[in-house]
Structures are given as structure tokens and as C-alpha cells.
Design a protein around this ligand. Sequence first.
Ligand code: MLT
Ligand code: MN
Ligand code: ZN
Length: 299
Amino acid sequence: MRMLILGTAAGGGVPQWNCACAECAAARSEPSLRRRHASLAVESGPGRWYVINATPDIGEQIEECPPLHPGPARRATPVAGVILTDAELDHTLGIPRLREASGLEIVATGTVRAALSDGLRLDRVLAPYSGLSWTPLPETEPAALDGGPLEIQGIRVSGKRPRYAADLDPAGDAWVVALRVRDMRDGKVLVYAPALADWPDELDRALQDADCVFVDGTFWDDDEPRRSGFTERTSTQMGHLPITGPNGTAERLAALPAARRLYTHLNNTNPLVHPDHAGHRKLAEAGIEVAQDGALIEL
Ligand code: MLT
Ligand code: MN
Ligand code: ZN
């Protein structure tokens, strides 16, 4: 299984357009410090890729990634579709950017689909441009993606809703899933979980046989968002288990058997966005990596 890391930042990216903090300022003058919004492309077949979460950066992410470039026919694209782990704006605003497509397959839970249709009205807005075709994300058991050899399954993580969907009354409560991808040829398993408000037993079970695991690295510690002054809420209250501290995820991640264990979806307040921060060494000692934009992973 081959995958390409298209971005590793939480909502806003690094730099965030309205942020003058030291990390965002540094990323403005040093492009290697930039992080685009978190997204991962997975190769579903020769020259066919699914993008997990469509971020506001998706146009640039495709341009910066040669395997996703169009051709040889004028409008042939290797981007076969989009798989969504949730309906958050940083994971869905890229869908309208793909409206030049002749059609676009979106794989999502019924809850996420309803949020995008009834909350963002994406179906209606995009119908005159490019029809969206929806594929339900299988939850109870894995199902083949794109005819195989990959099979996918959504593992329910939490009922955390996007803020715009607070008053919606959609079908079900499959708001946030971890995406499990298994290669039927060799049994290799990827789990992509960029939003963890919770670490349910079902997720823990799905992680036990994974070879590569990406998890929510939005905040380093629970108090970080409050300390940064942009909210009164803790990381946990914002729907993101922090990396360190009493309900931190690092110990659980370190205990997993996966050969590759990575944090992604880093907020611009997270000290890990600085490559010299001591946290990188601490995590590396536990066998944990911080995902880097542009990296190719082959399982
Ligand atoms: C989140 O990860 O909690 C959301 O993407 C926040 C946001 O809307 O920016
Ligand atoms: Mn987010
Ligand atoms: Zn900043």
C-alpha cells in the first residue's frame, strides 16, 4: 500500500492567514516550515488515488504532488475520489475546489453526507458544476474500495459535530470515524484518525493489527488552546485528546504494535510545529513520528 502525506496541520494551517505568532511568521519566510491542512492520499490501484479529507489547500496539494497530476489525456485525473473521516470545514472545504471534475465520488457516513447536504448545501451548490456521487462508508464490516485491492471501514470515534452543524438533525450520529484501510493482497493495514475526541475500545481493537497509524496531534497538552489565548476551552473540550498529560494519547500510541505511528493534524499553537522542539526527541524515543508534508509511505 502506498500513501502520500498531503498535509499535516489542523484548521488554519501553518502559517494561518490571520496569525502573527512566531511559528506562523517563521513559516511565512521559510517554506520548509509550512504545513498544509491534514490530508492523506492512498493509492487504490495503478494511477488511481483517493484523497482522505478534502482540505481548503487541495488544489495546491495536488499540484505539489506529481503522482496526482492529470494526464496523459487532457482531463484525465488520478484522483479517483474523496473519503471523509468527518464533516469539519478543514476536511470538506476542498470539495467545491474540485468542481471542475466531470463527477466526484465522495465516500462518507450517512451523518457526514447529511451535514454536507443540509448544513453546507454542497449537493445543491455543486449540482450545476459537477455532480457529487456518494458512496456510504462501510461501518459494520470492511468493503472493497474502487473494486479492490483495498478495503475500507469507518470505525466510530465520537459524536463531535462541526460547529456549523450544532442544530442539524441528520441521520445517525456517525460524526467522526477513524478510517481503516486494508490491502487484501498482503494484509497490511493503515488507520487514519485525525480527530480523536475519544479513544473508544472499538478503535483500540482496530488499531491492534495496524501497520501504520496516524492519530490526532492537534495539541501538545490539554491547556495549550487556553494558554494560547484563542479560546477558553481545553484541548479535550475542543474535541481533541492532547498528546501529553493525564488523558494524553502518546502512551497509548507508543503501546501499539504498528511499525509506523505518526501524529498529524497539528495546530499552529502546537510546539511540535517547530522542528527543534524537544517533544520530537521525546516522541521518537517512544517510536512515534510527527508526520511531514510531502512524505511517501509504503507498507
Ligand atoms: C477541529 O478539528 O476541531 C475543527 O476542524 C475546528 C475548525 O473548525 O477549525
Ligand atoms: Mn480540524
Ligand atoms: Zn500562528
